[in-house]
Design a protein around this ligand. Structure first.
Ligand code: TSB
Ligand code: ZN
Length: 586
């Protein structure tokens, strides 16, 4: 995807296009007041006060037409220089520009650019003539607070892009369309996976039945894996006293991400942002011998984090999340082996889901940031060195990033890139010498003395929310059969004639744990078949007279018009094998 800020010619062209937009707006809405129109990585925008009018998509089309006219008028774009007084006089009708001018120093040379009947305050540079600004598109419009301050007036922000050639513009618009199609929020809506409702709150999506099915499959899958690796699962409450987080250090280092406290009776309670303190207390609940370690405490645990409203995004970044969490309590001599097991588990899970990580990041502390990170150089150096060593031993291709560590220790983060271009962490494994100290955790070593365990924090399938967001984008909603919420759609060609038989096949599937749906509606077959495509159902069984007579089924795979006929048991074996082997069809 092109970055408009990085290419200086494209940057100038887009800035000039912002002026063209402003000129067109002044023609169509003479009372509109312009604020600023900068270029951004995605093109340009202009913030405008339309005096209460909300601009719609239909208005954008009209504005675009006017811009074309302005472009064709082929006016030279001419720079003038003014002193402050002249500038104040020139823009006296526009309080936004006056504010900009007033914030300039008295001796500053102020420049403006004129094209025909339109002049805008601007440092430039610009293209020479409006006719050069030819291949553009207004992308969207939304409300934006003046100066980004929620107490100020809402202006209308119009976004656009401009290219030197028609081909480049068309390619870019195609890419934007592709991003829209891949956006998990669109797929989530189309496939009835989740919904976000204002009155429930920002960052609190609701899992619909289809989404809940995916979530359940994912959670059962990872819990089964953990059980086979000696993890023990627990349940702990989402509220705890603030005292707990003062001991853990979250209170000092993570408070901005926590919801405010609640005072009840004599306690001060807070919603947990992480589960580590609860799991530390579970470890502390009994005496441990060196022989018992590693102890692996796991929980699909709900956490609450205050994420800024601008960063909250569908299922990708939420404020209430279900984390695939575990804390591994190990002896110092077990760190490397246990960390290796976690990395291998990540690789195994990614293979099952067909995930390709963007990069492996070794996240280190910023030694200068004394506020964010617990201040103990020796501890940090030891922990960071250890993770680096293991990653090198495993031959993982990783990069190091300073300032990305958790406050309690360095970590391995598996980074992915979302459809919208966000670079975010999916899996994580964090090494921690600090919390065992803070909670005074011990085990009895082989000489009978008390020793300090080390903790590995890890989340393999991230949070169910983020993991599903990622899966939807990676697969574009074409989930492999083992994860698809509806695996088979069963439909009689005509419910009057094969309705009973379709019901029998449907019941046979459901009895054998296949997630099937019976579509015996009185709609044309073609209509019902199209719906299986928009809902991205892996298998469609089409049952006509022949199938009814021979007790067979004819199936079509998603995205395929070929039909194959099999006996019911043959089909059952086929789909069961596919589910068992977690087949991923590209
Ligand atoms: C792994 N204490 C550790 C835990 O033991 C912890 O909480 N680590 S974390 O802060 O990195 O969170 C674990 C994972 O949760 C992250 O790697 C990320 O994939 C996911 N996650 C974090 N914040 C959000 C959020 N706001 N929405 C969705 N998923 C999130
Ligand atoms: Zn943790």
């Amino acid at each position: 995807m092109v970055n408009f800020k990085e290419d200086s010619n494209l940057n100038i062209l887009n800035h000039s296009c912002a002026h063209l937009l402003a000129q067109a707006i002044k023609h169509l809405y003479p009372n509109a007041k312009l604020w600023i129109g900068p270029t951004i990585e995605e093109g340009f925008y202009y913030d405008i006060d339309f005096d209460g009018k909300t601009i719609t998509e239909a208005d954008l089309e009209i504005i675009e037409k006017e811009m074309k006219k302005c472009s064709k008028s082929a006016k030279n774009i001419i720079r003038h220089e003014l002193d402050k007084e002249e500038a104040l006089e020139m823009f006296k009708d526009n309080p936004y520009k006056i504010d900009l001018i007033n914030n300039m120093s008295n001796d500053e040379i102020i420049s403006c650019y004129t094209q025909g009947d339109f002049t805008d305050l601007c440092c430039g540079p610009h293209v020479e003539n409006t006719r050069i600004i030819k291949y553009f598109k207004l992308i969207k419009v939304c409300g934006a607070y003046y100066k980004g301050n929620a107490n100020n007036k809402v202006l209308q922000r119009i976004y656009g892009v401009c290219f030197p050639t028609k081909e480049e513009l068309e390619l870019h618009l195609q890419e934007l369309e592709d991003i829209k199609e891949r956006d998990h929020r669109k797929i989530g809506k189309d496939l009835d996976i989740f919904t976000s409702i204002d009155i429930i709150g920002s960052g609190f999506p609701l899992w619909l039945p289809n989404g809940a099915t995916i979530k359940r499959i994912l959670e059962r899958y990872i819990q089964d894996k953990e059980l086979s690796m000696g993890y023990e699962h627990v349940y702990t409450p989402v509220l705890a006293t603030t005292e707990l987080y003062k001991i853990s250090g979250h209170w000092d280092h993570y408070k901005e991400n926590m919801f405010p406290t609640m005072k009840m009776d004599n306690e001060e309670l807070v919603l947990r942002p992480m589960n580590c303190p609860h799991h530390m207390m579970i470890y502390k609940n009994s005496i441990h011998s060196y022989r018992d370690l590693p102890i692996r405490i796991a929980e699909l645990a709900y956490d609450f984090r205050y994420e800024s409203s601008g960063s909250v995004c569908g299922l990708e970044r939420v404020r209430c999340m279900c984390m695939n969490d575990a804390h591994l309590f190990v002896r110092p001599d077990q760190i490397k082996e246990e960390f290796k097991k976690v990395v291998n588990l990540i690789l195994e899970v990614y293979k099952d889901f067909g995930i390709k990580a963007d990069s492996f990041r070794l996240s280190l502390r910023d030694p200068k940031d004394k506020k964010k990170y617990f201040d103990d150089d020796e501890m940090w150096n030891k922990a960071e060195g250890m993770l680096r060593e293991v990653l090198l031993e495993l031959g993982i291709d990783f990069h190091e990033d300073i300032g990305e560590a958790a406050f309690y220790g360095p970590k391995l983060d598996v980074q992915i890139k979302t459809a919208l271009g966000h670079n975010i962490t999916l899996s994580t494994c964090q090494l921690d010498f600090l919390l065992p100290e803070r909670f005074d955790l011990t085990y009895v070593d082989d000489t009978g003395k008390k020793s300090r365990p080390v903790v590995l924090h890890r989340a393999i399938t991230s949070t169910s929310e983020r993991f599903v967001a990622y899966l939807l984008e990676e697969t574009r909603g074409n989930l492999p059969t083992w994860i698809a919420p509806i695996q088979v759609s069963v439909m009689p060609v005509n419910s009057e004639y094969q309705g009973e038989y379709a019901k029998e096949v449907y019941e046979f599937l459901v009895k054998n744990d296949i997630r099937a749906k019976l579509d015996a509606r009185n709609e044309k077959l073609g209509y019902r078949l199209r719906e299986t495509q928009t809902k991205k159902i892996p298998y469609t069984l089409i049952l006509g007279d022949k199938e009814k007579e021979n007790k067979t089924i004819s199936y079509r795979l998603f995205g395929n018009k070929e039909t194959t006929t099999l006996s019911q048991t043959e089909f059952m074996k086929l789909i069961k094998d596919e589910i068992k082997n977690k087949v991923i069809r590209k």
